[in-house]
Design a protein around this ligand. Sequence first.
Ligand code: ZN
Length: 618
Amino acid sequence: MLNLLIRSKLPLKQNILHRLILFPLAVAWLAVAATTAVAPADSARFLNDVKTLSAPDMEGRGAGTKGIARAANLIVKRYEELKIAPAGTHGYLQPFTVITGARLKSDNRFTVSSGNTKKDLKTNLEFVPFSFSQSGEAAGEVVFAGYGITAAEYQYDDYANLDVKDKIVVALRYEPTSFATKSGNQGLTHHSQLITKAINARNHGARALVLVNGKLGDGEEDLLTRFGSVNGPQNIGIICVQVKNEVAQTWLQAAGKSLTEVQNQINSTTKPASFALPEDLHLSLNVDIETTHATVNNVLAYLPGQSDEYVIVGAHYDHLGRGNVDSLAPSQIGQIHPGADDNASGTAGVLELARLLATERGQLKRGILFMNFAGEELGLLGSADWVKEPTRPLDKAITMINMDMIGRIKDDKVYVGGVGTGSTFKQILEQAQKDQPQDSQFKIEASAGGYSSSDHTSFVSKKIPVLFFFSGLHADYHKPSDTWDKINAPSAAKLLDLIADVTLQLASAGEPPAFQTVVEARPTTGGERGYGPYFGSIPDFGETTNGLKFADVKPGSPAAKAGLKAGDILIQFGDKPIKNIYDFTDALRRSKVGDVVEVKVLRDGQPITASVKLEQRK
Ligand SMILES: [Zn+2]
């Protein structure tokens, strides 16, 4: 499951949990023709696959590891054994390239000159670039800009009456202490985020941003942020580094100031205390970052039916490797994140369904396309790649069934998303429940909408009905503790029986389900503050264009009302340029409900402007 905490500030999965509609279970017997049944799923086999896929040699199935290639091989082998035909571009595989991260190259320099002294700072010891920094050179005059924050809602602006154009801005991390009370004591506000500060400095015309930790807690050391540990875009559009407090302190000293005193003053008054540093202080820095890539593979296999229509049964098999920025156990980055539930469970589910359904070869009205996606954790990239370059005709796909985290069923509770996207889904699910033995009944909590933080989202935007099976979030999510021994295999096997039933009904039905657009309740903020007003676009994570491409626009949303469409590339939001989702999130947060914002999008390469009236999230 994709961690959208940073990417959109919307842990959509939490959202599902918050806006579930209880599915009516006590339904009258429906006169739906019984379809062929297959043998029941084997929970021991399922658990064994989960165990194998989450074993140490799979290396957390991180992009670019040997482990993920091993996992792909295992899946390929299984389809070969079952004699289910390859459906990729290279046999069973569909390769594509992903960005795995960034690394510091050799030429990172930071020179401080003052009068006739000159000093080179040591990389990783005295200064370190942030992985989202622009690469390149910056040199010039230096300005101290407090916390580097512009917070209109708190009438606080470190950049007020400060000329930073083409200069190097030095600023403190975090935020004035009074922001906590102003924001209702819910922890740090988004203004404290590194990305927010970088965007703010860039939008004020600064050439570079140099951050320092400032005041430390009791017993705290002045540590530099580990390179690569902060989520962000490839290039935020400004050079951005951190230096040690003691380094910045010597600069402030030259202006007769002290870092501690200035910080104390800002904190006690909540008034900015920005100033230009003496002109003879000259900083010159060079940042040299390389983006790292890896080729990963979707694994695709096809079980033919009697027509060219087909049902997709899919799950992602990649995970976080040794913990990337999406790890929810940052102190354990470097340890294998085995991803037993996320999503060895869904992968083992697809493999088990392939084994059960293989016996139906050529007998079903429709075929079944088994899909194992890579790149999901990096932004639904595998599914996005497939819908962009489908290996079977998209218009013949009648439903996409996605399993992402089905291994932690508790008290027979299962979440099913997308139920409103197919005209027959409710009925099919009810029938499938009825077909199961009394002791295998689930408490299904269904939600109508098909957008959430897993691969089925890529198919909804192509107007393919989707069903998403999910057993719920838990404390081990995205941590090294997501291990196979915590998997509830007996319940997962029962769920696979239900999903097999659903698949068979869909593969045999007279008419395929009609795609239905779900006008979703406006997304809640999922407990997140400061996400800003409601806009209504679905970002296309697969795109790295200069701007933010919309995979879709939610029906009835402010964006839809303004005429924005799927495929539009947002390049301007009010007076703010938009280069990526971070810029967009920042601009949105700086807006208010009711604001009418002039936005500029590129549609088929042509710029179009539209006025979007921002609404309240509910
Ligand atoms: Zn995940």
